[in-house]
Design a binder for this molecule. Structure first.
Ligand SMILES: Cc1cc2nc3c(=O)[nH]c(=O)nc-3n(C[C@H](O)[C@H](O)[C@H](O)COP(=O)(O)OP(=O)(O)OC[C@H]3O[C@@H](n4cnc5c(N)ncnc54)[C@H](O)[C@@H]3O)c2cc1C
Ligand code: SF4
Ligand code: SF4
Length: 360
């Protein structure tokens, strides 16, 4: 594990070690690629090794497996056009909010940072809608989740599988009755540092200040992938530069290429994804407003789905079709041969040259 070997591919940045440390000796510090890793303050450390034992990267929990799979579309089209796929997340989180519970998810801040936050209202929850294609900072949400559970609130945590694994491993069993987890099918998280360089590049090349950014604007439909900007003077811009950097895979966190969760043993109770195979499996269900794939992994997943399914139009999907069309249930994203060269170039060249070489 990373705290012993310092091998970056062994740390997904889930913050489990930081949260288990009894002396607060662990701080998450950003590296030169913009990803956070745990660092131990030797003066505070009492050498209990709790952090080494808890790491989900070594402590694999394979108790969940795919139980059933559905293709779903939220019946409210307004929810779908403002979500990434079929608005599965909205229905799940609506149910938790209706039960006076708390929802945790990834938000895009006014400064364009992406971080996990806590929501008790629909307005707060709506900030979690849509995919943000950089790693979300977990901040101190695991401690907040623990507090909410101690106070007998229902909690829904949503995030990447590695983040869910961190939450599931840190929360003591005695508080878990009210904890529901939902992971995404995830093929990797890009670097925040490159994202901020990209925003700077756009402001410099346009001479405009960015007011709003959308990682994948649904106004182009569900399948196309265009990012959009709104500037302070009211002008708009559409590009595919960040999309191309993302799919080039040079800017993913190193651990994503050795991902522990690119298989059917899901850390969460329920998994949501884009249902990319829908046009082949059930062409009549295909819809450019978006279709979600929902995978039930255990009894809790089944329980929450039973409570929300009246919000959806639903079709049954076989486990075989689900695995066939969901690439990251089979393998992690391969590490590209160009990764070292990309970061070498990034250190030496102006960002406009990076855009020319890797994003066009
Ligand atoms: C980095 C990333 C890679 C993905 N890769 C794939 C893929 O390869 N194949 C696939 O089928 N689906 C992928 N998805 C998931 C997919 O895009 C949708 O999140 C999913 O289909 C749910 O859509 P929805 O309409 O139900 O809800 P949405 O409105 O999209 O709900 C958003 C949910 O995503 C969470 N979220 C958003 N951004 C982040 C982030 N940066 N970190 C953690 N959680 C986040 C929110 O907390 C919320 O729970 C990816 C998502 C992300 C963030
Ligand atoms: S060994 Fe114990 S005290 Fe030291 S950093 Fe790890 S959890 Fe904290
Ligand atoms: S690909 Fe794996 S390691 Fe990377 S963010 Fe997704 S779940 Fe975490």
């Amino acid at each position: 594990m990373y705290l012993v070997t310092e091998k970056k591919e062994e740390c997904s940045g889930c913050t489990a070690c930081k949260n288990i440390c009894p002396t607060n000796a662990i701080e998450m510090i950003e590296d030169e690629e913009g990803f956070k890793y745990p660092h131990i303050n030797k003066e505070k450390c009492i050498n209990c090794k709790a952090c080494e034992k808890i790491c989900p990267n070594i402590k694999k929990d394979e108790k969940n497996d795919i139980k059933s799979v559905y293709g779903v579309k939220h019946k409210n089209d307004k929810e779908r056009v403002t979500s990434r796929s079929g608005a599965a997340f909205v229905a799940l989180s609506d149910y938790i909010l209706k039960c006076k519970g708390v929802v945790y998810g990834a938000e895009l801040g006014k400064d364009f940072s992406v971080f996990h936050n806590r929501a008790e209202t629909k307005e707060q929850r709506d900030k979690f809608k849509g995919s943000k294609y950089i790693q979300s900072d977990m901040k101190d949400v695991i401690q907040n989740i623990k507090e909410d559970l101690k106070n007998n609130r229902k909690v829904l945590f949503t995030g990447t599988p590695c983040q869910v694994a961190g939450v599931e491993i840190v929360i003591p069993e005695k508080y878990k009755e009210n904890l529901y987890t939902c992971d995404l099918i995830c093929h990797g998280v890009p670097s925040k540092k490159i994202f901020f360089e990209f925003l700077k590049y756009i402001e410099k090349s346009t001479g405009e200040k960015i007011k709003e950014f959308n990682f994948r604007d649904k106004k182009f439909g569900w399948e196309p992938h265009y990012e959009t900007f709104k500037f302070e003077d009211g002008q708009e811009l559409t590009t595919q530069y960040f999309r191309n950097l993302f799919y080039g895979h040079n800017i993913l966190r190193p651990a994503c290429h050795k991902c522990n969760y690119a298989n059917t043993h899901r850390p969460a109770d329920i998994t949501i994804a884009d249902f990319w195979g829908v046009d082949k499996v059930a062409p009549e269900f295909m819809d450019e407003k978006g279709v979600s794939l929902v995978i039930i992994n255990n009894e809790k997943g089944k329980e929450i789905f039973e409570n929300v399914k009246s919000d959806f139009d639903i079709i049954n999907v076989t486990k075989e079709d689900c695995i066939k069309y969901t690439y990251t249930l089979n393998n992690p994203t391969p590490r590209p041969d160009t990764r070292e060269k990309f970061w070498e170039d990034y250190k030496k060249k102006d960002f406009s040259e990076i855009i020319e070489k890797y994003a066009k």
